[in-house]
Design a protein around this ligand. Structure first.
Ligand SMILES: [Zn+2]
Length: 172
């Protein structure tokens, strides 16, 4: 089902260690599809040069709670879309987009990523909300330096809402 990511990139190591491939059952399929669609969009802009980072603990990085957050995790809000609560699965991820330029991986400012996604809204039919920064694209003054995406209020699998409402930019 996932084309451009490993399941490990959506769950923390403690979940992976306990459940392995079954970890995927904590995550809403519409979210996984959205991650692939976003990856594919940016790859179409910079073919072969894009990496999209959600969790990177499996590559030696520090991110582990940017997809599914298990009950014991204290990071973020109690009712966050990252959590599996109220009878729904994890429906959020936080991501960064990097583009390779002359051998270096360069972080794309979160606000530029958001604006690119908003401009191409029709390509991401299950994406409903992103956390807002402050509109600055220099990457320095953006108050939210990662791109939070979630599917809160999305249509059911195989049946996105029509017509698609604009992506909601929310502030915590
Ligand atoms: Zn988030």
């Amino acid at each position: 089902m996932l084309k451009h990511f490993l399941i490990k990139e959506f769950v923390p190591p403690e979940t992976w260690d306990a459940e392995g491939e079954q970890s995927i059952t904590h995550i809403d399929e519409r979210l996984l599809i959205t991650a692939d669609q976003i990856w594919e969009h940016f790859d179409s802009l910079y073919p072969g040069k894009v990496s999209m980072v959600i969790n990177n603990w499996c590559y030696g990085g520090k991110f582990r709670y940017r997809g599914y957050r298990p009950p014991a995790c204290t990071e973020g809000a109690k009712h966050s879309m990252h959590r599996e609560i109220d009878g729904r699965l994890c429906g959020a991820f936080d991501a960064d987009i990097y583009v390779r330029k002359s051998g270096r991986s360069v972080l794309m400012p979160a606000e530029s990523v958001r604006q690119e996604i908003v401009r191409n809204r029709h390509k991401f039919p299950y994406l409903m909300r992103m956390e807002d920064g402050n509109g600055k694209t220099d990457g320095k003054e953006d108050s939210v330096t990662w791109v939070h995406c979630d599917i809160k209020g999305a249509g059911v699998m195989g049946k996105p809402i029509t017509p698609l409402p604009p992506i909601r930019l929310f502030k915590l």
